[in-house]
Design a protein around this ligand. Structure first.
Ligand code: NAD
Length: 731
């Protein structure tokens, strides 16, 4: 059965209804385009039809966009000459949309043609907006929850079905920038005031129908003689400034590593100087260019397809009944505990927030109140909702309040003795079924589980700071953790709307295991005499959100020193990071603890605003006369993290490569353009990775030693995704 159906009423208005089978929201696929094409042909050729209304069979939404699984695989499916195959496929879509837009008008006089309106019950995203944009008038229901926009840029592509060309011509390059370059989504009223849609009405279908019957003018402004781009085309004085500014902004924000943003801007710039039909051809060429870049399929795979699979429970143990949490006990109302209480209350879960003193517990609850107040001033939440959420948090010192909790999350001091005592005291008051989780960032779960008489009900739920804004939660299974505990942790993470990864217990679990070597590699370079600005810029220019020196300033030098001491004590002679510690301990002795002390690898002003890199570093660690090239520094910084991800996989700490990639991007921002560390290795190829790690090992030491798994992949001409996830390999 087709996703599109058409009925012609007595007045000659064709009602085309889009209703994707088996989905709650419409998504476009290849067959959908073909079916719609046939219906448009019929509308235009049948004299009894006066015009058409395209609407949706779904309540509250028009369409969510293109099926991303299709976009991720488009390159593979495009035949022996994929660039040509892709371009031709994209042009077919343009022809259909242009057919709707021209609607049978005479090419020279713009006379004739049939009106085609879009009637949106609500949300219209991606191709779900590009199709209405090709229609002559867009009517949307007055539905404040609806989102109207073109979010493609967020997955590493850009609106490639005419959205880029049409929106920039409708609004001008400047006003189009937030919609195209940032993927900003608007509610219907804002979409109307910005000029993206035409009408917000109670009954969009009725209004659209009436409009179609009113014999309206349908020619688009850009098809009329003398049309000029709003705000000026590139060689107009105002337009010139817009494009200079936009180009600087795009390069500043993306550091040039996201091909889509640059391609989008090129399509707008070049398209603005030529007639519409040439402009969409240019748009199609740039879109092909982006789809041919491995970054786009890797980003879609990690940031959407695999993230969504993890969100939906891809790694949840089978057969365990729903473990949704009703009442959570949070032990410790410090920085982490307060955040955990906040996100739990927002998810509708009752929270008991316990600290040693009532003031401390109250302070934890006040953190949530503060957060809601900010939300009220930004109109993100109502005062009633604030009260409702806050009422769920019982801040107390009384362990008896924990009765009835089905999950405990412990976030007290990072001290095994304190944690063991808290665990024992909690287990005296909670029921036999209660799952106990620790938020430790460094202590082995299996060791902490010894404080419990039910180690199968003990698990790690590792949050990142600040809890309310970090999207990832790392769940760690101890040696004896059972399936119900894992399911409970996963169900809880789903309730608080974050993305989970599940790993096995090992030093620093997965995320910190990769991120600590990144920081350490930056610090090693300082000691070697690499210019600190080169280290930081190399990291940013390869897509890391923070350079390693800025990152250690943010997390604090004393935390680094504390972790170094504990790790050294645990590893003894095998401890490999003496060189790093020398710098860290020296900074510590200098009192340069990072942002918290307003002094670290960077200088800070009295308000705590980060200034330039600290000049004093060079007195202790002079800059070498000869500096490495940019790529060498970047490869060291990316490889040191990626090798740790491979070792985590070899050692069964990581059990699913999707978690390795999604976790790396969401937890510490591993170069998102790459799709994650394992996707990055796939992109450069196992052969080259083996060769490169051998060179790096020779120059810098065994921490770059080539893992056996990488050698095996190279020998078998395989990739991580072809070996471990053949069904979803996108490259
Ligand atoms: P914090 O010092 O801000 O808070 C700890 C809180 O626990 C304090 O309010 C303290 O009074 C309370 N506490 C101590 N002993 C207690 C007891 N016996 N009973 C009840 N409350 C007690 O520390 P934090 O940064 O929130 O870290 C807490 C835990 O989370 C640690 O295990 C830490 O390793 C882990 N963690 C921290 C981060 C981070 O970025 N800070 C990230 C992930 C995990």
């Amino acid at each position: 059965m087709s996703d599109f159906s058409m009925n012609v009423d007595a007045d000659g208005v064709a009602m085309i209804t889009w209703d994707t089978q088996g989905k709650s929201m419409n998504v476009m696929n290849e067959q959908g385009f073909l079916d719609l094409d046939k219906m448009i042909d019929q509308v235009l050729s049948d004299d009894a039809i006066k015009g058409a209304v395209i609407t949706s069979g779904k309540k509250g939404s028009f369409a969510g966009g293109m099926d991303l699984n299709i976009i991720a695989k488009m390159k593979d499916m495009a035949g022996d000459n994929p660039a040509k195959g892709l371009f031709d496929g994209i042009m077919d879509i343009h022809h259909l949309l242009r057919k709707i837009e021209r609607a049978g008008m005479d090419a020279k006089t713009n006379k004739g043609g049939k009106p085609i309106a879009a009637a949106l019950p609500g949300t219209a995203l991606g191709i779900g907006l590009e199709l209405p944009l090709a229609c002559h008038r867009i009517f949307c229901a007055d539905n404040p929850k609806a989102k109207i926009g073109l979010p493609e840029i967020k997955v590493g592509i850009f609106p490639g079905a005419g959205g880029t060309t049409r929106v920039s011509r409708m609004l001008g390059a400047m006003a189009a920038a937030p919609i195209l370059l940032e993927g900003k989504m608007l509610d219907p009223k804002k979409a109307k005031s910005s000029g993206l849609i035409h009408e917000v009405v109670d009954d969009p279908v009725a209004a659209a129908r009436e409009w179609v019957l009113s014999e309206p003018k349908i020619v688009k402004p850009w098809d009329e003689k003398g049309w000029k781009m709003p705000g000026g085309a590139p060689y107009h004085p105002a337009g010139f400034m817009t494009f200079v500014g936009a180009s600087a902004m795009v390069n500043g924000n993306t550091m040039g590593v996201y091909p889509a943003a640059k391609a989008l801007l090129s399509a707008v710039y070049e398209g603005a100087m030529v007639p519409f039909d040439t402009a969409v051809k240019i748009e199609a060429r740039w879109f092909t260019n982006v789809l041919m870049n491995p970054s786009s399929s890797a980003m879609i795979r990690s940031l959407f397809i695999n993230k969504e699979a993890l969100d939906k429970g891809a790694v949840r143990p089978a057969g365990v009944p729903d473990q949704s949490v009703k009442k959570v006990g949070v032990m410790g109302a410090g920085m982490m505990g307060a955040g955990i209480a906040l996100v739990s209350a927002m998810a509708g879960i009752d929270v008991v927030l316990i600290d040693q003193k009532q003031e401390a517990a109250d302070k934890g609850k006040a953190y949530a109140a503060d957060y809601f107040d900010k939300g009220i001033s930004r109109k993100k939440i109502t005062p009633e909702k604030k009260d409702e959420n806050l009422a769920r948090i019982n801040a107390t010192t009384d362990y008896a309040a924990l009765e009835g909790c089905d999950l405990i999350i412990e976030a007290v001091f990072e001290d095994p003795g304190v944690k063991a005592e808290v665990t024992k005291n909690v287990l005296k008051v909670v029921g036999d079924d209660c799952i106990f989780a620790t938020n430790t960032s460094t202590l082995p779960i299996s060791e902490l589980a010894k404080a419990s008489d039910k180690p199968d009900q003990f698990i790690g739920i590792h949050f990142f700071s600040p809890v309310q804004s970090m999207m990832l939660v790392e769940i760690i299974k101890g040696a004896e953790t059972g399936d119900r505990a894992t399911a409970k942790a996963l169900d809880y993470v789903r309730q608080i709307r974050k993305t989970p990864i599940v790993v096995n217990d090992a030093r620093f679990f997965y995320c910190n295991r990769c991120i600590i070597p990144y920081i350490n590699e930056g610090i090693r370079m300082v000691k070697e005499g690499v210019e600190p600005a080169l280290i930081e810029n190399a990291a940013r220019m390869v897509g890391m959100p923070l350079g390693p020196l800025q990152l250690v300033d943010e997390t604090s030098i004393d935390l680094g020193a504390k972790i170094a001491k504990a790790t050294k004590a645990a590893m003894g002679d095998a401890y490999p990071d003496g060189e790093v510690d020398e710098v860290i301990f020296w900074m510590f002795d200098e009192g340069r603890l990072g942002r918290k002390s307003n002094a670290g690898f960077y200088n800070y002003d009295e308000k705590g605003k980060r200034q330039g890199l600290w000049e004093g570093l060079a007195a202790k660690y002079p800059v070498a006369d000869e500096q490495p090239d940019l790529i060498e520094v970047q490869h060291r910084l990316l490889m040191i993290q990626s090798l740790e991800a491979v070792r985590a996989l070899e050692e069964d700490v990581l059990m699913d490569i999707r978690e390795g990639d999604v976790g790396a991007i969401l937890a510490w921002g591993f170069a998102p353009w790459s799709g994650g560390p394992l996707s990055w290795l796939d992109m450069i190829g196992a052969d080259y990775a083996v060769e490169r790690t051998a060179e790096l090992t020779e120059r810098y030491g065994d921490r770059f030693a080539t893992p056996q798994l990488l050698k095996d992949l190279a020998d078998g001409s395989e990739t991580f995704y072809s070996r471990f996830q053949p069904a979803i390999a996108a490259e």
